[in-house]
Design a protein around this ligand. Structure first.
Ligand code: SPV
Ligand code: MG
Length: 290
C-alpha cells in the first residue's frame, strides 16, 4: 500500500491523524516509536537544523534528500512540507514528481510567494500569490502525482498575513474547487479562537489540517469535538526538544568540568546502538562473516 493510501486509511479510521515534526531520520524514528501516525517533514525544523532561517534558503534538494531518508527509516507516512512548491506551477510539477518518488504520503503547499518567510515570526513579510495562481499550482500538483491517493494539502496563510476570515474562507473554498484533498489553515494567534471561528465557518467538504504551535491549548480531544479536522501537525517539537536538551546538557558539562553529571539525564550509548540496529549487525555477523 502506498504512503498516501495509508494516510487516507488512517484518517478514515481514526478521524484525526497526528503527525509529529522531524528534521532527521533519527527524530522521525523517535516520533514513530512514540506512536504518532505520521511524520511532518518540516521546513522550519530542517532550516533550524542547518542553523539558517526558514526563508527558502534550504533548497528543494536538501529538503527532498532529508525527506527521502526519513521515509526510509520512519516506517510511517511522511507529510512533506514543500513550502511554496519552490517557485511557480512549473516548479510544482517537478517537485511533486520528486517527492512522490521519494515515497511521501502527502505534500503541503502554501499560498505565499517564493521566497517565503517563516509564518510565526512577529512582523514577518507575508506576501501571498493570487488565488488563481495558487489554483494553478494545486492543479499542477494533482496532475504530477502518479498515485491518485497522494494527498495534496493546500495551505492558506491568509490569517498569518492578517487578511482576515473572509479572505481565508474565500481562498480555502477556491483551493478545494481546484482539487485540494485537505485545507491547512495556519494562525499565529496565541489562542485557538481565530482557528475555531474558521472551522465553524468552514462549509467545504474536505477536511482541515492544523498546526497549533502558537495556540497550544488546542488538544487532540478538542480537535475531535470540533469535527472537520483530519490532520493535526505538531509543528516543531522535535527541534525545540533537541535544542533544549542539548543546551541543558552542554551547560552542565561546562559547569561540572566533566561529563559525570549528565549521565542520568541523557540517553545511554546502548539506547543509541538499539536505534542504529546494532543487534541486527551482530546477528548478521554470526550468519555471514566466516
Ligand atoms: C514548518 O514546520 O515548517 C511549518 C509550520 O511550515 S510553521 O513553521 O509554523 O509555519
Ligand atoms: Mg514550513
Amino acid at each position: 500500500m502506498g504512503a498516501g493510501t495509508r494516510l487516507r486509511k488512517a484518517m478514515a479510521e481514526k478521524g484525526v491523524v497526528e503527525a509529529m515534526a522531524a528534521h532527521s531520520p533519527l527524530s522521525a524514528m523517535l516520533a514513530a516509536e512514540a506512536g504518532f501516525d505520521a511524520i511532518w517533514a518540516s521546513g522550519f525544523e530542517l532550516s533550524a537544523m542547518y542553523g539558517v532561517p526558514d526563508v527558502s534558503v534550504v533548497s528543494m534538494t536538501q529538503h527532498l534528500d532529508m525527506t527521502r531518508a526519513m521515509v526510509d527509516r520512519a516506517g510511517l507516512p511522511v507529510v512533506a512540507d514543500i513550502d511554496t512548491g519552490f517557485g511557480n506551477a512549473i516548479n510544482v510539477l517537478y517537485a511533486v514528481e520528486q517527492y512522490e518518488r521519494a515515497g511521501v504520503g502527502a505534500i503541503v503547499m502554501e499560498d505565499k510567494s517564493f521566497p517565503k518567510v517563516t509564518s510565526l515570526i512577529a512582523g514577518g513579510r507575508q506576501d501571498m500569490v493570487r488565488i488563481e495562481e495558487f489554483q494553478g499550482k494545486i492543479e499542477a500538483a494533482r496532475s504530477a502525482r502518479r498515485d491518485p491517493d497522494l494527498v495534496v494539502v493546500a495551505r492558506t496563510e491568509a490569517l498569518i498575513a492578517g487578511l482576515g476570515q473572509d479572505e481565508a474562507l474565500k481562498r480555502a473554498r477556491a483551493y478545494e474547487a481546484a482539487g485540494a484533498d485537505l485545507i491547512l489553515v495556519h494562525s499565529k494567534q496565541k489562542t485557538p479562537d481565530e482557528i475555531e471561528a474558521f472551522i465553524k465557518a468552514w462549509d467545504g467538504k474536505v477536511p482541515i489540517a492544523l498546526v497549533p504551535t502558537a495556540y497550544p491549548q488546542m488538544t487532540v480531544a478538542r480537535v475531535r469535538e470540533l469535527k472537520k479536522v483530519g490532520l493535526l501537525i505538531w509543528g516543531n517539537h522535535a527541534i525545540r526538544a533537541a535544542v533544549g536538551a542539548m543546551r541543558r546538557t552542554f551547560a552542565q558539562i561546562r559547569a561540572d568540568g566533566g561529563i559525570h553529571g549528565v549521565e542520568a539525564s541523557i540517553a545511554t550509548v546502548d539506547e543509541v546502538f538499539d536505534l542504529q540496529g546494532m543487534g541486527t549487525v551482530k546477528d548478521n555477523e554470526k550468519r555471514f562473516l566466516r
